[in-house]
Design a protein around this ligand. Structure first.
Ligand SMILES: [Zn+2]
Length: 240
């Protein structure tokens, strides 16, 4: 028998009650423990896999619930539309949701630790949190600098050039209402604004799209929203 004074705890792995044992090892699952060190045993209530997951390291869920919304944000900002009303609103909502989810998660962990009488350990991984916070800041900067739009357009520019020349040269050819142009889905209806700029609209909206003008222009859209120059004769716009 062990000579150390034995504290009665449960196996951290399988909840077996660790008492009167010939060696410091769970007879049920083989997990070793130290009878003198309460941290090696579960001194609280028996704990199931779900509560164990809640109280365990939270790295992977954290990373996913931060990175996926950021990827989604970069994706929606590939189009001109969100740069008008959404440019500050969408990142602000996202940051608020991320902060709120941290508070909610901390509350759930503290409550679970209390119910199961477990020591509460704050989420570990400060380094990971720093990296994730940096990802949030970088993503917002990329959006403010319109990088997703510029990359999306750069990837689509060759397709966009042949699309516009096809629409101009064969205006009466039968076409489906929309088609894929590079990474975008565009309406095949060509319009011009008051100053004659050719407007290519995103599918399903006549308020956002790309403008084509050989002359330098202020705004490629129809009424003042947001817009700007991309490269060469290309502009982007999102109407009010
Ligand atoms: Zn065990």
């Amino acid at each position: 028998m062990l000579s150390l004074p034995m504290q009665t705890g449960l196996c951290r792995n399988c909840n077996y009650a660790l008492r009167d044992l010939p060696e410091a090892r769970c007879p049920e699952c083989g997990t070793a423990f130290n009878p003198a060190d309460p941290k090696t045993m579960n001194m609280g209530r028996p704990i199931g896999p779900f509560a164990k997951w809640i109280l365990g390291p939270t790295g992977c869920p954290w990373t996913l619930t931060t990175i996926l919304p950021l990827v989604w944000m970069l994706w929606i900002f590939r189009e001109p539309g969100p740069y008008y009303m959404g440019i500050f609103f969408i990142p602000a909502v996202l940051v608020a949701l991320l902060i709120a989810s941290r508070f909610v998660w901390t509350f759930i962990r503290m409550t679970t630790a209390h119910i199961y009488r477990q020591p509460y350990l704050p989420s570990q991984g400060n380094r990971r949190q720093m990296i994730l916070s940096a990802c949030v800041v970088v993503t917002i900067l990329l959006v403010l600098l319109k990088v997703p739009l510029r990359i999306g357009f750069a990837l689509s520019r060759p397709a966009m050039e042949s699309f516009v020349s096809e629409l101009v040269n064969e205006p009466f050819k039968a076409r489906p209402p929309s088609q894929r142009v590079g990474i975008y889905r565009m309406s095949t209806t060509l319009r011009r604004n008051g100053s004659g700029t050719i407007q290519l609209h995103m599918d399903g909206s006549f308020e956002e799209g790309f403008g084509y003008s050989l002359e330098q222009i202020e705004y490629a859209g129809t009424n003042a929203g947001s817009g700007g120059h991309l490269t060469g004769p290309w502009y982007w716009f999102s109407d009010d």
